[in-house]
Design a binder for this molecule. Sequence first.
Ligand code: SF4
Ligand code: MG
Length: 331
Amino acid sequence: HFDVSKPLLNRLLEGGGRRILRAVDGLDFSIPRGGTYALVGESGCGKSTVARLTVGLYPPSGGRLTFDGQDITDLARQRGRRAMAVRQRLQMIFQDPYASLNPLWRVGAIIAEPLRVLGLEPSRRRRDVRAGELLEQVGLAARDRYKYPHEFSGGQRQRISIARALANSPEFIVCDEPTSALDVSVQAQILNLMRDLQREHGLTYLFISHDMAVVKHMADHVGVMYLGRIVEEAPKGRLFSAPRHPYTQMLLQAIPSLDKRDDPREAIRGEVPNPLAPPTGCLFHPRCPHANERCRQEVPRLHATREGSRVACHGVEEGRLTLAQAREARA
Ligand code: SF4
Ligand code: MG
C-alpha cells in the first residue's frame, strides 16, 4: 500500500532562474498493492513533481508519504541502511529512454548498476548473468548486454530502462510518461509489457501520463490533476463512463483512442494558466464553460459523490452539473 496523505505540499522552487519543481498542493491518494493509479493532466500540471516526491528524489515541504505503513516522507534526506532498503523497493521509469541511459556504458552494466550501487549482488559475474536474464524478461536477448544504447531503437531502449528498473526486484514503480517519447506503433507493445510484468511480479504502479488513451489502457484508478491539484478521482470505469469535472470532460473529448491516433485532435479550449500567477477561486474557471461568480471567488474542495468518486467542483456539488450531463460528456 502506498499512501500520500493530505496535504502533500511542494512549493515552486526556483534555482538560478530555472524552475525546478512545479507546485503541488493537497495531494491525497492511496494505491493498493498490485494496482495501478494513474495521474493524468496536461504538461506543467505537476505530475512529474509528484513522481519525484514519491520515490524520494525530492523532499516534500509538508504532508506525509507512507509505504506499507512505513513513513517515508523524509526519504530524500535520508542515507544509511534503512533508507537504502526502502529505495530498493521503489523504482522509477522515465519518459525519455535516450536521456536516461548512459551512452558510454554497455547495456549489461547499465542494467546491473542498481545491484552494484545498492550492494545487492557483489559478484560482477553474477551481476552480468542477471543482466542477461532481465533483458530476456523484457523481450530482448541476453547477448544484447554487450551492446551500447545507440544500437537500439526507442522502444528497445525503453525495454532496457524497464529491465534496469526491475534489477533490484522493486515492489513499487513510478512510471513518468513511459511511452510518450515513443512511436505510436510501439507504445502499445511497451504498455502491454508493463502490464505483463506487473502481473508476474505483483508490481504496484503510479502511472503518470498526459494521455487519456494510455491511462484507459493501464489504470485501475485515476486522479486528474490541474495546476498541482487533484480535481477528480475515480475508478477508471467510472471516470471514462461519467466524467464529472468539466476539466476531465475536456480531456476525454480532446483525445482519440489508442487505435485511432491519426484522427485530428480537437483543440483543448484555452491555455493552462501561468502557475506562478494562478487564477482566483476554481483554478479551472477561465477555461470552464460552466463557471459562475462563486467559481471565480471560492476554491472548490474535493468531495465524495454518491457514485464513489471525488470531485472538486462547485457545479457538481450544487447539482448544476448532473450525472446525466456527465454521461453525455464521456469520450
Ligand atoms: Fe467549472 Fe466552477 Fe466547477 Fe470550476 S468549480 S470546474 S469553474 S463549474
Ligand atoms: Mg512531466
